[in-house]
Design a protein around this ligand. Sequence first.
Ligand SMILES: NC(=O)c1ccc[n+]([C@@H]2O[C@H](COP(=O)([O-])OP(=O)(O)OC[C@H]3O[C@@H](n4cnc5c(N)ncnc54)[C@H](OP(=O)(O)O)[C@@H]3O)[C@@H](O)[C@H]2O)c1
Length: 307
Amino acid sequence: MHQEVCKAGSFALPGSSLRVNRMGYGAMQLAGRDGNKLVWGPPRDVDEAMAVLREAVASGVNHIDTSDYYGPHVTNQIIRRALSPYGDDLVIVTKVGARRGKDGSWIPAFSREELMGAVQDNLRNLGLDALDVVNLRSLFSVHGPAEGSIEEPLTVLAELQQKGLIRHIGLSNVTPAQVAEGRRIVPIVCVQNQYNLAHRADDALIADLARDGIAYVPFFPLGGFTPLQSTALSEAASHLVATPMQVALAWLLQRSPNILVIPGTSSLKHLRENLEAVTLQIPAKVLADLDSLPQPGSALAAAGSES
Ligand SMILES: NC(=O)c1ccc[n+]([C@@H]2O[C@H](COP(=O)([O-])OP(=O)(O)OC[C@H]3O[C@@H](n4cnc5c(N)ncnc54)[C@H](OP(=O)(O)O)[C@@H]3O)[C@@H](O)[C@H]2O)c1
């Protein structure tokens, strides 16, 4: 499988020595759930969570997305237990800009003290001296990207980069104007926004970033807490002798060379299925059918949002 994961190709983060395979892994699903509190507390099966991480890396995944507010702390602690000492080529990307309320809510945490504390939390729980990539996760609205200046918090991250605690900086849940503002302040290596077959608001942004060699990392690539479902997707999958989730991932990989996928799963079975998507080539006719799937507001549009 190691060879297979590499089949999706790799991507060099701009201005860095970091190169990651385009098939990555998102660790959010490794935290548990407590009633309505999502991504909260320990997972149902810690051993399987560790096995998922180890098998992902053994299969060639070298890009893991996380945050210390998953759990909180739990996901990073599992990553450390499962994978440290980390391999030289492993790139762990984390994010700051939110904290969790006791009720499980996602609260903006953009002050200097909160950002510095969040970076220290990530360093401690991951067991690292420096973080490869830190995304500033914007939270001006609970419904998705919303306008507002990110200059102050991004300047704090730039200072931490100068101090050597952060190697590279990315942005998450941002508008094109915020990406432009961010790029005037500090080099941005990646942008992580919600994007999948049913949620394609960022088509133009992806093309702009591709032109400048910046990675675009879709979150909720499979639809998030409510995985994608549609007749057209199921028909495409059955035509290609694949599963709908594999088609959703292969579609992203074929969509643009700067897209890096980070599907999340707590299950070994789903991990294996997702990694196999790298071998799937969607023919032009099927791609065209998938491209014309309905967009947000439709029944297919996925529910749920991190914030
Ligand atoms: N920047 C942000 O604001 C933000 C927001 C959300 C997420 N993220 C990042 O993006 C990553 C990916 O997003 P996500 O994990 O929320 O959503 P996702 O990858 O779109 O989907 C995960 C969901 O799909 C299920 N699933 C995974 N593989 C499957 C398969 N082969 N067949 C059927 N169901 C499958 C998972 O359940 P099982 O566990 O049962 O497989 C889980 O419920 C996260 O892990 C996180 O690192 C970032």
